[in-house]
Design a protein around this ligand. Structure first.
Ligand SMILES: Nc1ncnc2c1ncn2[C@@H]1O[C@H](COP(=O)(O)OP(=O)(O)OP(=O)(O)O)[C@@H](O)[C@H]1O
Length: 607
């Protein structure tokens, strides 16, 4: 077949020059638009010198910004060979002249501030062996490292890098001599890369050193196509910690250089072990496709209907080590805000068009067209129906005292768009309003989410506002709701001076005098008041060994409190009833309102 292509190269070139493409129906017609959070692109690499030297012409060409034309030369039973042409639609096409910098600027750069703000950004490079995946991912990794370390992004972050390799069911740490590691799911359902070293990076040079060290360790084996062919998936995970909002989840960037899918013409020369390896790679790519599509369909459903429908698609992320490792990119239950870019790398050589056709079909399948969102009728109880104006009115009325500026928090967003914002970005925007504390910001974020979740499950939100009685709610239900909140149930008690209002069950913020592992932290701490110090016996000491009752010569009032610590869920807290400390009035900052959530059995700040 290869000789046939070389012999007919001139004839083929004439057919391609005369080819008149049929116009392609636009994907964004009435039916819907491409999913902005999953961008599927194609990069056609240049012909390599050895391919041109052998006499092969190119078989894959970019057309405009989002169409790829692919030609085959068909043997005819009688007469001259004919051209068989296909076209594929993706979100962006990068031709042989495009540089990695162009791909970065156009597609990947937006993932960096997104992850910096607490979101999850993922890049996949997919394609046939030798199609340019490693070339593309390693170039993009360098650009990302430069942006992250350039100081151009707002605020301070801690950057942590871990680079692993997945080969079949096994996982290895590429920054620790290829030590074998495990991918485990912990009791909270979070995937953990157990045993891998995570390196904190402080400079561009140290970042690039890690990238280079991992690349040189990459498990490679010779194939007919590419001497340094990667037969494993490589995942570079960049975890971005925001020290100013410790309760928020870390931003994540995953850069995934997928193992090469095998071209049929190479298979004949491979032994059984290599064939098994190829089967495993193809299976994991197939699961990956189902996961990317499944997640996109779930998101599309939410965008179109305003509700999450678990049946909208099945996301089989547990079916392969690769997708298990990337669980929170795919798991609709993880509720993380994700943006994904796929670069389908294509080898243009006419001898390889069969494999290129598979790559492009795969790329097309990854695209999920989001049905044009119906304009949902405004419902004050359903945030998914709020436009920017309605959202801003709700923020103004519900964000506490002082109110959070709605124009700083949601300058243009609708409520569904604000719900998709990474939590740390939401909190940072709240903190731009003068006088807003991190607690108020966190409490308002939780309130907004709870309101949305309650609306989705068609329950009325549990509020304890004045209007509830006007709405005719059962007084017993109202009383129960109030018992789940630390606010003083006595109406009008807020006019009494704060120190005189302190009572058992009140939640306060305080500055610790001593630090104790897992309890008192530098900065602001929280505790639930148990009783005034005078209420306990002379010999009672707190967990630091400090006698609770004050000595006669000491001034000021003291209270015994139960320490409140952050729980595993973002924004959630635990009341540790047996971890008690004594605090003096000079240590107390003020009252903080907390609500108990029966579903998660954690406490959340409220406004
Ligand atoms: N855009 C490009 N411009 C110039 N050369 C390229 C480009 N893309 C790939 N190449 C070259 O093509 C060859 C194969 O590329 P690369 O190793 O990145 O392929 P791959 O898809 O990662 O293969 P494998 O899956 O086997 O690892 C390399 O020699 C690389 O330098």
């Amino acid at each position: 077949m290869e000789q046939f292509l070389i012999d007919n190269a001139d004839h083929y070139n004439k057919l391609v020059a005369a080819y008149k493409p049929r116009p392609v129906k636009k994907a964004s017609d009435d039916s819907g638009v491409g999913n902005p959070d999953i961008v599927v692109s194609t990069r056609i690499r240049p012909m390599l010198d050895e391919e041109t030297a052998q006499g092969f012409p190119p078989g894959v060409f970019p057309r405009g910004s989002n169409i790829v034309d692919l030609h085959e030369l068909r043997k005819a039973i009688r007469g001259t060979p004919s051209l068989n042409s296909f076209n594929f639609t993706v979100d962006h096409v990068f031709g042989p002249e495009s540089t990695t910098s162009e791909i970065y600027n156009e597609l990947v750069q937006p993932l960096v501030p997104w992850a910096w703000g607490g979101g999850v950004g993922t890049l996949f490079a997919y394609g046939q062996t030798g199609s340019g995946k490693t070339f593309t991912v390693s170039g993009l990794e360098r650009h990302i490292a430069e942006t992250l370390m350039s100081g151009s992004l707002e605020g301070d972050r801690k950057i942590n890098v871990c680079i692993i390799e997945l080969a079949g069911q096994l996982a290895f740490d590429l920054l620790n001599g290829r030590k074998q590691i495990s991918i485990l799911e912990d009791s909270f359902g979070t995937s953990q890369i157990a045993g891998a070293l995570e390196h904190s990076v402080a400079s561009l040079d140290s970042f690039l050193e890690l990238i280079n060290a991992a690349a040189s360790l990459r498990h490679t084996a010779a194939t007919q196509k590419n001497d340094t062919s990667s037969r494993s998936h490589a995942i570079c995970r960049i975890r971005i910690e925001n020290p100013s909002i410790p309760s928020a989840e870390d931003g994540m960037l995953y850069l995934v250089d997928l193992a090469g899918s095998e071209a049929a013409r190479d298979r004949s020369a491979h032994d059984t072990a290599r064939m098994k390896e190829a089967r495993e790679i193809n299976t994991s790519l197939s699961v990956l496709k189902d996961c990317i599509r499944g997640r996109a369909m779930v998101d599309a459903d939410v965008q179109a209907t305003g509700k999450s429908n678990k049946k909208a698609a099945y996301v089989p992320f547990r079916q392969s080590t690769l997708t298990k490792t990337l669980k929170h990119v795919f798991d609709p239950a993880s509720a993380r805000s994700c943006k994904t870019v796929v670069v389908a790398c294509v080898n243009p050589c006419l001898a390889d068009v069969d494999a290129s056709k598979n790559t492009l079909r795969y790329a097309e399948m990854l695209r999920v067209v989001v049905p044009k969102a119906k304009t949902l009728e405004y419902n004050p109880d359903v945030p998914a129906t709020w436009n920017n104006e309605q959202l801003r009115a709700w923020i103004d009325a519900n964000s506490g005292n002082p109110p959070i500026s709605s124009s700083l928090l949601a300058p243009t967003e609708t409520a569904p768009q604000l719900l998709r914002l990474p939590i740390p970005t939401f909190l940072s925007r709240c903190l731009q309003t003068p006088g807003i504390t991190p607690e108020q910001a966190q409490a308002f974020q939780t309130k907004f989410w709870k309101f949305h979740v309650d609306a989705q499950t068609s329950h009325r939100p549990t509020t304890n506002t004045k209007e509830d009685s006007d709405l005719g709610l059962d007084p017993e239900v109202l009383r129960q709701a109030k018992l789940n909140c630390s606010a003083d149930p006595e109406p009008g008690s807020d006019v009494i001076p704060f120190m005189q209002r302190i009572r058992p069950g009140m939640v306060i913020s305080y500055t610790a005098k001593d630090y104790f592992l897992g309890c008192n932290w530098q900065g602001r701490n929280y505790g639930m008041v148990l009783c005034p110090a005078e209420a306990v016996g002379d010999r009672v000491c707190d967990l630091m060994g400090v006698p609770v009752r004050k000595k006669k010569e000491e001034e000021g009032r003291r209270w015994l409190i139960a320490v409140i610590t952050p729980a595993v869920l973002p924004g959630a807290y635990l009341v540790n009833v047996w971890k008690q400390v004594v605090v003096g009035e000079e240590q107390i900052g003020g009252e903080v309102l907390m609500e108990y959530d029966e579903a998660t059995r954690f406490y959340y700040m409220t406004v």
